[in-house]
Design a protein around this ligand. Structure first.
Ligand code: CP
Ligand code: NVA
Length: 339
C-alpha cells in the first residue's frame, strides 16, 4: 500500500534513541545511530520526491544562530523545517546580543524557553557546546572552526547513494587536511568503515588525537584511516576524491600562504586519472561547496582555479549538487528524529 501523508517514515522507529538530542560533533552518534539517520534521510528524500509533505515538525520552532555566512546550511535547515510544518528564525551575529551584551549561557537559557531547538553556525566549538548545555534543547552544529557534522551526513548519504554500500569504498580528501570538513569527514568515514586518506601538507595535518581516535573507530568497522602528503600516490584506487576551500571562513588573511602551500594539492583531471578509476565509473568527485573553481568567482578570475579545476568540477564524476541537495534531507532527518 502506498505511504499516506500521515504515516510516519518507517525508519523513524530506528531513530528512537535520537529523540531530544542535537548534534555537536559526529562523536555524539553511535555507529548504528549514524546509519539509522542516513536511512531516515533517504526515506524523507524519497517521500519528498513523490510529493509527500508531512507534519512531523508541526508547530516546532528552531532558532538559527549564524555567526558566519551560509548558503546551503541555512537554506537546507529552513526548507527542511518548512517541509514538515516547522519554522525557523534566522538570527545573524548582528541581530542578537550573543557574546557581546549577553553571555552565551543567558542567550541559551532565553532561547531554550521559546524554541524547540537551536541550529548554530560559528567559530567556537565551545560556544555550540554551551548553547546545548544551557538551553536544555537539542542543538545542532551547522559548522564551527573544528567540525561540520551535518556536512558529513550529506557526504555519507551521497556516497551510499552512488556506491550502494560503504565497505571497500576508498575516500581521499585532498587539501587543507585539518579544517572542519576534513575532520568530520574523517570521523564519518571511520564510523561507516570506509578507507579514508587525508592528503595534506605536514603543516596542515589533523591533530594526532583526532586521527588516532578515527583509526580506532575505522579498524573496529573494517575500514582504515591514513595521512598522506603525496596526492598522486594517495589517490591510487580512490572511489571518492574530495576537496574543500584552501582557507576557511575566518582564515581569509591566510589565503596567499595557503595558495602557495596547497597548489600541489589542487584536484585536476590528471589527479582524477591517477586514481585508476576515472574511466571505469568507480570514481566520483565531492566538494562541500562553495568552491573556487576556474572563472566562477571574483577571487579566482585573476588566478584561475584554486582547489579544483573546472573540468573536474563540471564533469560527470562530480556529484557536488547531489551532495548539496542531500544537506537538506539529512538535516531534516536530524530535526525529525530529535523533535
Ligand atoms: N557546505 C556548506 O556548509 O555550505 P554553506 O557555507 O553555504 O552553508
Ligand atoms: N571549510 C569551509 C567549509 C565551508 C562550508 C569553511 O569553513 O569555510
Amino acid at each position: 500500500m502506498p505511504a499516506r501523508h500521515e504515516d510516519p517514515p518507517v525508519s523513524l522507529l530506528q531513530c528512537a534513541s535520537l529523540k531530544g538530542r542535537g548534534l555537536l560533533s559526529l562523536d555524539d552518534l553511535t555507529d548504528d545511530e549514524l546509519l539509522a539517520l542516513l536511512d531516515l534521510a533517504a526515506e524523507l528524500k524519497q517521500r519528498k520526491r513523490v510529493g509527500i509533505r508531512g507534519n512531523l515538525l508541526h508547530r516546532k520552532h528552531i532558532a538559527m544562530i549564524f555567526e558566519k555566512t551560509s548558503t546551503r546550511t541555512r537554506c537546507a535547515a529552513a526548507v527542511a523545517a518548512a517541509d514538515e510544518g516547522g519554522r525557523t528564525e534566522y538570527l545573524s551575529a548582528r541581530d542578537i546580543h550573543l557574546g557581546k551584551k549577553e553571555s552565551v549561557a543567558d542567550t541559551a537559557r532565553v532561547l531554550g524557553r521559546m524554541f524547540d531547538g537551536i541550529f548554530f553556525r560559528g567559530y567556537s566549538q565551545q560556544r555550540v557546546a554551551w548553547l546545548a548545555e544551557y538551553s536544555g534543547r537539542p542543538v545542532w552544529n551547522g559548522l564551527t572552526d573544528e567540525s561540520h557534522p551535518t556536512q558529513a551526513l550529506a557526504d555519507l548519504l551521497t556516497v551510499r547513494e552512488r556506491f550502494g554500500a560503504f565497505k571497500g569504498v576508498k575516500v581521499v580528501y585532498v587539501g587543507d587536511g585539518r579544517n572542519n570538513v576534513a575532520n568530520s569527514l574523517m570521523a564519518g568515514c571511520a564510523k561507516v568503515g570506509m578507507d579514508f586518506v587525508d592528503c595534506t601538507p605536514p603543516s596542515l595535518a589533523p591533530p594526532r588525537d583526532l586521527v588516532a581516535a578515527a583509526e580506532r573507530v575505522a579498524a573496529a568497522n573494517g575500514g582504515s584511516v591514513a595521512i598522506s602528503h603525496d596526492p598522486a600516490l594517495a589517490v591510487r584506487g580512490a572511489n571518492v576524491v574530495y576537496t574543500d576551500v584552501w582557507a576557511s571562513m575566518g582564515e581569509e588573511s591566510k589565503m596567499e600562504e595557503r595558495i602557495a602551500l596547497l597548489k600541489p594539492y589542487r584536484v585536476d583531471m590528471a589527479l582524477m586519472n591517477a586514481t585508476g578509476n576515472a574511466a571505469n565509473g568507480a570514481l566520483v568527485f565531492l566538494h562541500c561547496l562553495p568552491a573556487f573553481h576556474d572563472r566562477n568567482t571574483d577571487l579566482t578570475k585573476d588566478i584561475g582555479a584554486m582547489e579544483v579545476t573546472d573540468d573536474v568540477f563540471e564533469s560527470k564524476m562530480s556529484l557536488v549538487f547531489d551532495q548539496a541537495e542531500n544537506r537538506m534531507h539529512t538535516i531534516k532527518a536530524l530535526f525529525v528524529a530529535a523533535l
